[in-house]
Design a binder for this molecule. Structure first.
Ligand code: GDP
Ligand code: MG
Length: 370
C-alpha cells in the first residue's frame, strides 16, 4: 500500500516531475504527476537519476496511523507553503513584511495582523499563498530533522549589493537537501551599487542556473524597501506552485505540523499549526507530538476566531495538554482512547529512532536521500 506520487518523488530528488514522467514512459509506464507509483518503481527511478537510496525495513514503515496516502480522486488544489531564506541583513524580514502588505483581504477584514509564525496572502487574482514567518535555515532544518517537510517552495533572498554570503550558500544547501524548488529574489535593487547580474553569475558556481542564464530556476529583481518587483515575485510563486500541482485531501481527519508553540499566560499552551490534510475543526480530538488535546478554539493569522482550518492554512490551536515542539505532527483521531494509542505509538517510535537513528517511514526514506 506504500506509494508516493511522481511529483513528490521529483521534489525530494530536486528533479523536474516531467523528467520523471519521461523516464517512466521509457520504462513502459505511462503516469501523470499526481499519480502514485509503487516503492519498487520509485526505487528504480531514484537510481536512474543517480540518487542514493536509504533502505528501511518493513517493520519500521508506519502504516495506518499517519502518513497514509490519499487516493488521487480525493485530492484538491491547495495553497503553496513558502519559506524565505538567505543571509542575515539581506532583507528576509523586510520582504516578508512587504509581501504581507500585498494581502487584499487584510484590509477588508479589519483584523489585526497577529504574529503566529505564518501568514496567508490573498493575491489580486484571488489565489492564496502561505508564508512561513520563521525565516532562517535553522527553523527549516530543525523542522526537517523532525520529519516535517512543510515547505513547498523556498525563496532565496540575495542582496544585490552584497552578493552570495556564507548563509546564502548554507540556505542553498539546505534547499537542495530538502529537494524543494527555489526562486531567487535579488533584493535591494534600489541601491545604486546593486549588481544583480553578478549574483546570477555567482549562483552558477552552486549549480543554480537562473532563467536568464539559460537555466530553469526563476529569479526576480525586487526591492523590499521600495516595494518593487513584488507582483512579479508573487506571479513566479504561483507559476511554480502550478507546475507542482500541489494538492491535499480536505475531506478526512486533519493532519498538520507545529510551526511554533508557547505557553501563553491567559490561554495556556498554544501551538501554531500548519494544516496539511483534512480540515481541523473546533471540538476535534487530537494528538500533537506525544501530547493530546481537544480543540477549544482556533485563531487565524488575522487574529480572528474561526471554526475550521483547511489544507495549507496556519492556525493557532488552543486546548493542548502541553507545549509541543516545532515540527511535531498534529493528527486528529476519533476519540481519546485512540489518542492514547497514537501517543504511545509515537513514544515507541521516538525511542526506536533514538536507538537506531534510521528513517522510520517510506516518506522519510526519501527525505533522507540527496
Ligand atoms: P534580514 O536580516 O534578512 O531579515 O534583513 P532585514 O529585513 O532586517 O533587513 C536588513 C536591512 O536591510 C534593514 O536595514 C532594511 O531596512 C534593509 N533593507 C531590506 N530590504 C531592502 C531593500 O530592498 N533596499 C534597501 N535599500 N534596503 C533594504
Ligand atoms: Mg530578519
Amino acid at each position: 500500500p506504500e506509494s508516493i506520487t511522481v511529483q513528490e518523488l521529483a521534489n525530494r530528488m530536486a528533479e523536474k516531475g516531467a523528467d520523471l514522467v519521461k523516464s517512466l514512459f521509457k520504462m513502459g509506464t505511462a503516469v501523470t504527476l499526481n499519480q502514485p507509483i509503487d516503492q519498487d518503481t520509485a526505487e528504480l527511478l531514484v537510481e536512474e537519476f543517480g540518487h542514493r537510496i536509504q533502505r528501511v525495513s518493513d517493520a519500521d514503515v508506519e502504516i495506518g496511523i499517519e502518513g497514509d496516502v490519499d487516493a488521487p480522486e480525493t485530492l484538491q488544489q491547495r495553497a503553496p507553503v513558502v519559506t524565505i531564506m538567505g543571509h542575515v541583513d539581506h532583507g528576509k524580514t523586510s520582504l516578508l513584511d512587504a509581501l504581507r502588505g500585498t494581502d487584499v483581504v487584510a484590509g477588508e477584514s479589519g483584523g489585526i495582523t497577529q504574529h503566529i509564525g505564518a501568514y496567508q496572502v490573498t493575491t489580486k487574482g484571488g489565489e492564496v499563498i502561505t508564508f512561513l514567518d520563521t525565516p532562517g535555515h535553522e527553523a527549516f532544518s530543525e523542522m526537517r530533522a523532525r520529519g516535517a517537510n512543510v515547505t513547498d517552495i523556498v525563496i532565496l533572498v540575495v542582496a544585490a549589493d552584497d552578493g552570495l554570503m556564507p548563509q546564502t550558500i548554507e540556505a542553498i544547501n539546505h534547499t537542495k537537501a530538502a529537494g524543494v524548488p527555489m526562486i531567487v529574489a535579488i533584493n535591494k535593487c534600489d541601491k545604486p551599487e546593486a549588481n544583480p547580474q553578478k549574483v546570477r553569475e555567482r549562483l552558477l558556481e552552486h549549480e543554480i542556473v537562473v532563467e536568464d542564464m539559460g537555466g530553469e530556476v526563476q529569479d526576480v529583481q525586487v526591492s523590499a524597501l521600495k516595494k518593487t518587483g513584488l507582483d512579479e515575485l508573487i506571479e513566479k510563486i504561483l507559476l511554480q506552485a502550478e507546475v507542482m500541482e500541489l494538492s491535499a485531501n480536505p475531506d478526512r481527519a486533519a493532519e498538520g505540523n507545529v510551526i511554533e508553540a508557547q505557553l501563553d499566560k491567559g490561554r495556556g499552551a498554544v501551538a501554531t499549526v500548519l494544516v496539511r490534510k483534512g480540515v481541523l475543526k473546533v471540538g476535534d480530538t487530537f494528538v500533537i507530538g506525544a501530547e493530546s488535546g481537544k480543540v477549544r478554539a482556533l485563531v487565524n493569522d488575522k487574529g480572528q476566531n474561526v471554526k475550521t482550518a483547511g489544507p495549507s492554512t496556519p492556525v493557532e490551536v488552543l486546548g493542548l495538554s502541553g507545549v509541543p515542539r516545532a515540527g511535531d505532527q498534529l493528527t486528529v483521531v476519533e476519540n481519546e482512547a485512540r489518542a492514547r494509542e497514537v501517543a504511545a505509538y509515537r513514544q515507541e517510535q521516538a525511542t526506536k529512532k533514538r536507538t537506531t537513528s534510521a528513517p522510520t517511514s517510506f516518506e522519510h526514506m526519501f527525505s533522507a536521500l540527496n
